[in-house]
Design a protein around this ligand. Structure first.
Ligand code: NAD
Length: 411
């Protein structure tokens, strides 16, 4: 069975669980709209380089499409479509009034100057602006994009449409961004881990955690686990390698080191390890928080030495690896539950922009905790009632909500 066929079987398993009609399955697996654009950018040396960009809107039955934009050399149509689909399930599972979308540009941003990155962002925004809008499709940051990139999108869109802060989330706070948005995904992962820890008797206090990725999600999660949950983060990695310390890493020190754009493996507070060796470090909680497709049958699914996998990244576990982990009785907390904190606070940011009203950081965290805990409890209860994995339960809840919206709208 191919990976795609197994992914389809994951969808079918959840659809069977809720008795979904076959025409509705067809609507829910296919994207609503796909846009592919060529993006010519004048480079600093005067040449024009042309990049390919995508914005795929998977489903908008429950509200405007919502999802990040990533800049990555391997971003392509299939990856963006897969990520857009996850966004539909994520917003439905969190019960926030959005659909799912994703964008990407095939580019290695490390090879671009800041001005080239700005020109790329502005040109990409111009080319997809026709499908964007506060009630149509609202981008946000993802891999290799950040608050500055969102500020350029806001400026470019607003220069033609008038001031429109609600067209994009994850903006700098001084431009209408929400307090707490920057750390929201990592904070949401921590809240879900805390609930699971209590329910399944794997206390976070003193627990050993390994995290792949030390960017927005991994960095904030590591900090919050250490400072608010008294866990021990033993090992983390970035694109250049990893670092391990059996006694627990000094995360604030490591964050200060990484903030100077230095690889984590060069930090003196631990021993360097390869990216592959990171998967062999024994721990209670293993959190992939970098890219997709990193836990695979061939590489590591049979040898991971952890009690729980928490998907901080999107699609880190291939469907075949997912089956292997289930056979090994290693539970997986799926991406569209675990990492939904980001889009949830993006919703609060959008709402604040539309209301022209500001929330405090405490209010954001309180609402985030309530929303993600409610979603977690629904998944836990469904998994128990139907004797299925958290992934199938999360899928089933999300599918039934999107299908209900489609039906009510006349489909
Ligand atoms: P980021 O660009 O801030 O950080 C990515 C991290 O992964 C960096 O530390 C990078 O060095 C590391 N990395 C990249 N390639 C690697 C490799 N081959 N091996 C080891 N480490 C590698 O990105 P992010 O925003 O933290 O996103 C990480 C993941 O979380 C992505 O899958 C993204 O889709 C998902 N996600 C992000 C958000 C968000 O709000 N930022 C929300 C939901 C999901």
């Amino acid at each position: 069975m191919s990976g795609k066929a197994i992914a389809q079987s994951q969808f079918d398993r959840a659809a069977d669980l809720i008795g979904l009609e076959s025409y509705m399955r067809r609507i829910l697996v296919s994207p609503f709209r796909e846009v592919q654009v060529e993006v010519p950018v004048r480079m600093d040396d005067g040449r024009i380089e042309v990049f390919t960009g995508y914005r795929i809107q998977h489903n908008g039955a429950r509200g405007p499409c919502k999802g990040g934009i990533r800049y990555h050399p391997e971003a392509d149509h299939d990856e963006v479509l897969g990520l857009a689909t996850i966004m539909t399930w994520k917003t439905a599972l969190m019960d926030i009034p959005f659909g799912g979308a994703k964008g990407g540009v095939t580019v290695d941003p490390r090879k671009l100057s800041k001005l080239e990155l700005e020109r790329l962002t502005r040109r990409f925004t111009q080319r997809i602006a026709i499908v964007l809008g506060p009630y149509r499709d609202i981008p946000a940051p993802d891999v290799n994009t950040n608050a500055q990139v969102m500020a350029w999108i806001l400026d470019e869109y607003s220069s033609r449409q008038g001031y429109t802060p609600a067209v994009v989330t994850g903006k700098p706070v001084s431009l209408g961004g929400s307090l707490g948005r920057d750390e929201a995904t990592g904070r949401g992962v921590m809240y879900v881990m805390a609930e699971y820890a209590r329910d399944f008797g794997i206390p976070l206090k003193g627990a050993r955690v390994v995290i792949q990725g030390f960017g927005n999600v991994g960095g904030h999660l590591a900090r919050l686990l250490v400072t608010e949950a008294a866990a021990k983060v033993l090992a983390v990695s970035d694109v250049d390698g990893g670092i391990v310390n059996d006694k627990g890493l000094d995360i604030p020190g490591l964050l200060a080191h990484a903030a100077e754009r230095r690889p984590v493996s060069e930090w003196k507070g631990g021993s360097p390890i390869t990216n592959d060796a990171l998967w062999t470090v024994p721990c209670e909680w293993l959190v992939p928080a970098a890219l997709g497709g990193v836990i695979t049958k061939e590489k590591n699914a049979k040898t991971l030495d952890c009690k729980v996998v928490v998907e901080g990244a999107n699609e880190p576990t291939t469907p075949t690896a997912d089956l292997i982990l289930a056979e090994r009785s290693i539970p997986v907390i799926p991406d569209f539950l675990a990492n939904a904190g980001g889009v949830t606070v993006s919703y609060y940011e959008w709402a604040q922009n539309l209301q022209q009203y500001r929330w405090t950081h405490e209010q954001v965290n309180k609402e985030l905790k309530a929303t993600i805990t409610k979603a977690y409890e629904a998944v836990r209860d469904m998994a128990k009632a139907k004797r299925c994995t958290f992934r199938t339960a999360a899928y089933a809840i999300a599918l039934s909500r999107v299908a209900e919206a489609e039906r009510l709208r006349g489909n």
